[in-house]
Design a binder for this molecule. Structure first.
Ligand SMILES: [Fe+2]
Ligand SMILES: [Fe+2]
Length: 263
């Protein structure tokens, strides 16, 4: 089933029936620094500690994950952040082309803005606002207020970006405004999602019991399937790749730097 933008309902609307969950106490992670070698040895220990069959499976690539088991709420939301990061890279490529005096492909901008408006600002932020923020607001009240304000500013900027992209990109004024909107959007959302990844989602894990996390995982998966179909992420990434191809940034290997040596 192809990825389809939502029409009648948005994620914000669909995500408006939070499940219940009781606050749970949690212990912060210790700050012990672990070396890369230590991580490797710990991983080897995990294999050695498993049964012989399990160890063989791990070394062979491991047993396949249960396809019926949805990702945790944090993993799900961070995957969606990954989609946003790739679109931010697209926006940056557009801003760079504008700064260099080139005319970027309008289709790439409108496609990216459409995905962001529907999937990120509609669905993803709908999940955050309906299911995540209410559960961590007591722990991070100022941060949640800032994130909500930024969701609103983001939607205004996306509307401005879409409008500018539909206008004459040969106009210096349109190009200047578009570049400014893109720069503001990128500058806000890169730290926005980083704070959510490192503060809000970890706080959710300690704010509710595992049973509620499992219920949220099921709820998120059900909402995504209902709104976008069974292969939502694959279809979405296909569209993101289309944006990247239009902008010439679809080759990940192209950004691998050469080995550098200090003389
Ligand atoms: Fe957010
Ligand atoms: Fe987010």
């Amino acid at each position: 089933m192809p990825y389809r933008p939502s029409k009648a309902t948005t994620g914000r609307q669909a995500a408006s029936q939070p499940t219940t969950g009781q606050p749970a106490t949690g212990q912060p992670a210790t700050g012990n620094r672990v070396s890369r070698r230590g991580l490797f040895l710990a991983g080897a220990g995990l294999v050695a500690g498993a049964g012989a069959t399990e160890a063989a499976n791990l070394l062979a690539g491991g047993s396949p994950a249960d396809p019926a088991r949805p990702p945790s709420p944090g993993e799900d939301l961070m995957t969606e952040h990954g989609v946003l990061k790739r679109l931010l890279l697209g926006y940056q490529a557009v801003a760079d082309q504008l700064a260099a005096g080139h005319t970027p492909p309008a289709g790439a901008i409108t496609d990216a803005a459409e995905i962001i408006a529907d999937y990120i600002e509609g669905f993803h932020e709908g999940l955050e606002e309906a299911y995540v923020f209410p559960r961590v607001r007591d722990r991070e009240p100022a941060l949640v207020r800032t994130l909500l304000t930024q969701h609103d500013r983001g939607r205004h900027l996306t509307a401005a970006i879409s409008t500018a992209a539909s206008e004459d990109l040969g106009s210096a004024a349109v190009r200047r405004d578009l570049r400014r909107y893109l720069t503001l959007f990128i500058g806000m959302y890169a730290p926005h999602e980083a704070w959510e990844d490192t503060v809000i989602f970890p706080a959710l894990r300690t704010a509710v019991p595992q049973r509620t996390l499992d219920e949220l995982a099921e709820r998120f998966a059900d909402l995504q399937n209902a709104q976008y179909g069974d292969h939502a992420l694959a279809q979405l990434l296909s569209r993101v790749t289309g944006v990247e191809q239009q902008l010439g940034i679809d080759d990940l290997n192209a950004v691998t730097p050469p080995l550098v040596y200090r003389s």
